[in-house]
Design a binder for this molecule. Structure first.
Ligand SMILES: [Zn+2]
Length: 383
């Protein structure tokens, strides 16, 4: 099959028979607000991908401490956050400026919102956004369990990980109390000290709650099925702050994207733009879409909170998958969108709700130098 035929099939598959219309809560540390999400006629966004460079200074060239310039050993993940800042002024540029000015010691690679995408830290440098510290380098360890299940079930029993009920040689994280440089006892996972303070009656080196299966974060732990038939696991730890078993590799081995949720912004457009950005980053870093993770995966934090609580994370991943599938095929191929409906903009977005149910007809033209395919598609917007 020719590339334009493959793209045509993907875009046909990505047609939204029923456009998403959903009332959601948007969570901020200041307050929560309600908004109505209006989706698009297609999971592919027909808008243009644009990134604005807004690099923050290196620590060595400023009084800041959020860009050490440390090169990553590898890029394993794309980490998606939301800012949980709902103030109308909390847009992308404001966040890019915040990181530029030191970010209170934090940093992330991109700020992505309906008002634009800003690039703040080079993709190959570490940044401070995922809450999993910088103490354990990423590696994959052989579990010594063999199998052929690409998505095996991981459990914990007697202090060890099990994969599809078979015992691995990988120990689950052990939680103890350790003396910090502040002279106080803190929680530690496998000896690595965390910021959370120990209870008053805690004793140094004492072992506390052994994390069990129920404490594994919602997205699970990294397990790869290698070509030699063995399962390999990435490094995990117990995040005492959020009380979840989490994955290392957020700060040291991922590209962090903060998505905007400020009041007055267009959340669905933010997710569309971010999905396109993520697809580009996956391709540039030779990663597949299963390496797109929530901040939650790395610390148990409830982030990106709005997507998680609206049950729209899977929808976001569908957008990412569509963008990725098209991007890998679309070199030297043009994709054009045509629609006469007053309810839809030139990128396929529904911009207002009709009084009653409305059938939207639209065309997508996919062309290379030699030929073109015209798709005639339709979606329904419930009034
Ligand atoms: Zn986050």
């Amino acid at each position: 099959m020719k590339k334009i035929e493959k793209i045509a099939n993907i875009i046909k598959e990505a047609n939204e028979k029923n456009v998403l219309v959903k009332d959601i809560d948007v969570f901020g540390y200041q307050y929560t607000y309600k908004t109505k999400i209006l989706g698009s006629v297609n999971k592919y966004w027909f808008g243009e991908h644009q990134v604005i460079d807004y690099f923050c200074p290196l620590n060595s060239e400023s009084n800041n401490d959020n860009r050490p310039g440390t090169k990553k050993t590898s890029t394993q993940y794309i980490t998606v956050h939301d800012t949980a800042s709902v103030a109308p002024s909390a847009g992308s540029l404001a966040h890019a400026k915040y990181v530029y000015n030191g970010g209170g010691g934090t940093s992330w690679h991109y700020s992505s919102g309906s008002d634009g995408i800003y690039h703040q830290i080079p993709d190959d440098e570490v940044a401070y956004h995922a809450g999993d510290a910088l103490v354990v380098p990423f590696s994959l360890e052989n579990t010594m369990v063999k199998g052929n299940d690409p998505h095996p079930n991981v459990t914990i029993k007697d202090g060890y990980y099990y994969i599809n009920r078979e015992k691995t040689v990988i120990a689950a994280p052990k939680v103890t109390y350790k003396l910090g440089s502040d002279g106080l006892l803190h929680y530690a996972s496998d000896g690595f000290i965390q910021s959370k303070k120990a209870p008053n009656d805690a004793k140094e080196n004492e072992e506390c709650n052994d994390p069990n299966t129920t404490r594994i974060n919602d997205l699970g732990v990294r397990v790869d099925l290698a070509t030699n038939g063995y399962y390999y696991m990435g490094p995990t730890y117990y995040s005492s702050g959020y009380q979840y078993i989490s994955n290392r590799g957020g700060n040291l081995n991922s590209i962090g994207i903060e998505t905007m949720v400020h009041e007055g912004s267009d959340l669905y457009l933010t997710w569309q733009k971010t999905a396109k950005l993520v697809a580009h980053l996956l391709v540039q870093n030779n990663l597949l879409p299963d390496r797109v993770k929530q901040h939650h995966f790395f610390s148990g934090k409830d982030c990106p909170m709005t997507l998680r609580h609206a049950n729209l994370w899977d929808k976001f991943i569908e957008l990412v998958n569509t963008e990725y599938d098209v991007l890998v095929l679309s070199k030297d191929i043009k994709i054009e969108f045509e629609c006469q409906s007053p309810y839809v903009d030139k990128t396929g977005r529904v911009i207002k709700l009709p009084e009653k149910e409305e059938k939207i007809k639209y065309n997508v033209i996919i062309k290379d130098k030699e030929e073109e395919i015209k798709l005639e598609l339709e979606s329904i917007i419930k009034g």
